[in-house]
Design a binder for this molecule. Structure first.
Ligand code: NAD
Length: 524
């Protein structure tokens, strides 16, 4: 019998942010579809793990080859769906993933193999110990829109090579890139149930957290990250949280203004400022302040804003009108509190354009939202400082701690200062590019997150550590088993003196007192 009850189907829509053209509409996966995907992943994972690391590494190499072959096509799709200039898509997405695949293919075997653990405690010398790394099972990945290919890809490759199955919930704004990643992985030989994409919005992400996944790797805003941490805590789900940033750039009095200003402009405007690692606060020594501002202004003026598909474009559109409004609100607050606008400060084009002009702001203060909240837009706010200590204090005066940079001609001085900055990464004389170093762990401190992705530590997040202790003398009762008494207590005192007593005499006496401990009679 026909029914007139309508079940509302949620959809996500991929839109080209430069043109507003709808690329595709896709139905959101329902809660039961998410659960079914995770169940299939769990079944498939066992065989994937048992296939062995050499097979998984071979598939990774095939993936790398296929991605390289399709690099231009993939980069164009990224530009269409996320807006960044084509060359940035090649550089900050495709190259990053190619390099990550290479790093994992080369190092996964060595990093994941069992490790012998020598024992220091004399009582434990009869045991052979080793650390084993086992896959979690099914890893859930929830990712954002700003690096719609490189973020889910680098995390998935690490999870897969370690023997996990993966279920990805991409951002509702950039589902197509995750589906593209799936096609490449399948073509390389990853079984369909071992890597799956569940398309959807926040509710689909929530369904993934409540499904039977064994660990979650989340990348997104602090606000959502906190919600996810709460949901995960309710079922003790282990999580890695890669959250937002408010990265400071410190330009010391001996910095090269020409180089540092180029670094600031690229670091603040790359991906239209929509990078977790982008320069969001810039502190410049007062002696260089005006020339630095002058240089940034003149470089910002040269940048061409437009559709990322055009080869001349330097700065593409922002992802969404909502994002532009957030930048406008922070700009309004900064201007009302006395910031000095040097260039930009408005949308490019008419109406509800997603294009925002590269903006340089001077004389900002920590009372302004633009120096406290993540802006995630093409704005470079600059402030002067007088002493290095003051610069460090300002850099650390933030709830975030993702990354930071120090600019100086004296590397040793830069590194000494960098060590005092509370952040997951500090670069000296560069910024943002740490994301493209596959060996470098990526992640933040404070509100910027928990755990790491990328490199050795990112791979370690994909495995459970198991200790295996194997006794070499299976026919002998342990010295600490029952059959206690005064004589055993004296032997144990001696045994402790032997191991920890100060001075040779004490240790020798300890050895004599404990001599019989290994052959103690009367053990139960
Ligand atoms: P977001 O937090 O709005 O969304 C991220 C993902 O979470 C999306 O897939 C979204 O659908 C999903 N989601 C939303 N609500 C959810 C819920 N209740 N349960 C489960 N999933 C849910 O972030 P965004 O706007 O997509 O991305 C921008 C943010 O990501 C910025 O703050 C940026 O700094 C941060 N980011 C951090 C890193 C990093 O590595 N630290 C990298 C890129 C982006």
């Amino acid at each position: 019998m026909a029914t007139d009850v309508q079940i509302a189907v949620r959809k996500v829509v991929s839109v080209n942010p430069a043109t507003g053209a709808v690329l595709r509409e896709i139905e959101c996966a329902s809660e039961s579809e998410v659960q079914a995907a995770v169940a299939r992943a769990r079944t498939a994972q066992q065989e994937w793990y048992e296939a062995g690391i050499s097979k998984r590494v071979a598939i990774l190499r095939r993936f790398q080859h296929l991605l390289h072959e399709k690099k231009s096509e993939i980069a164009r799709l990224i530009t269409q769906e996320a807006g960044k200039p084509y060359v940035e898509a090649l550089l900050t997405e495709v190259l990053v993933v190619l390099d990550a695949a290479g790093f994992l293919a080369k190092n996964a075997y060595g990093l994941l193999r069992d490790e012998a653990v020598p024992h220091g405690n004399l009582a434990m010398k009869a045991k052979a110990g080793r650390i084993m790394r086992e896959p979690y099972g099914v890893i859930g990945i929830i990712s954002p829109w700003n690096y719609p290919f490189s973020i889910p890809a680098t995390e998935s490759l690490a999870a897969l090579v370690a023997g996990n199955a993966v279920v990805v919930k991409p951002s509702e704004l950039t589902s197509l890139m995750a589906l593209e990643l799936a096609s490449l992985l399948y073509a390389a030989g990853v079984p369909k149930d071992v890597f799956q994409v569940v398309v959807g919005d926040g509710a689909t992400g929530a369904a993934l957290i409540h499904s039977e996944i064994d660990k979650l790797i989340f990348t997104g805003s602090v606000q959502t990250g906190k919600r996810i941490a709460q949901a995960a805590a309710a079922r003790l789900l282990p999580v890695v949280l890669e959250l937002g940033g408010k990265d400071p750039m410190l330009v010391l009095d001996d910095a090269d203004v020409e180089v540092a200003s180029s670094g600031a402009v690229w670091g603040a405007f790359v991906n239209a400022g929509q990078a977790c690692l982008s320069v969001e606060r810039c502190y410049v020594h007062r002696s260089l302040y005006e020339p630095f501002l002058e240089a940034c202004m003149s470089k910002a003026r040269q940048l061409r804003v437009g559709d990322g598909m055009e080869a001349e474009t330097d700065v593409g559109p922002m992802i969404h009108e909502r994002q532009v409004r957030n930048v406008e609100a922070q700009m309004e607050d900064a201007m009302a509190r006395g910031a000095r606008l040097l260039i930009g400060g408005a949308r490019v084009g008419r109406g509800a354009s997603n294009f925002y002009a590269p903006t340089v702001l001077a004389d900002v203060t920590h009372e302004m939202r633009i120096m406290r909240e993540e802006t995630f837009g093409p704005v470079l706010p600059v402030m002067a400082f007088d002493q290095d200590d003051e610069a460090v204090r300002l850099a650390n005066d933030s709830e975030y701690g993702l990354a930071a940079s120090v600019w100086t001609r004296d590397r040793a001085r830069g590194e000494a200062l960098a060590a005092r900055i509370h952040a997951g990464t500090v670069m000296v004389n560069d910024t943002v590019s740490c994301f493209g170093i596959s060996e470098a762990p990526h992640g933040g401190v404070k509100a910027s997150g928990i755990g790491r992705t990328h490199g050795r530590f990112g791979l370690e997040e994909m495995v459970r550590i198991k200790y295996m202790g194997s006794d070499r003398l299976p026919g002998i009762k342990k010295i600490w088993w029952y059959g206690y008494g005064a004589a055993f207590a004296r032997q144990m005192e001696g045994f402790l003196d032997l191991q920890f007593g100060r001075g040779l005499g004490r240790r020798v006496r300890g050895a004599m007192r404990s001599a019989g401990v290994y052959v103690r009679k009367g053990r139960v």
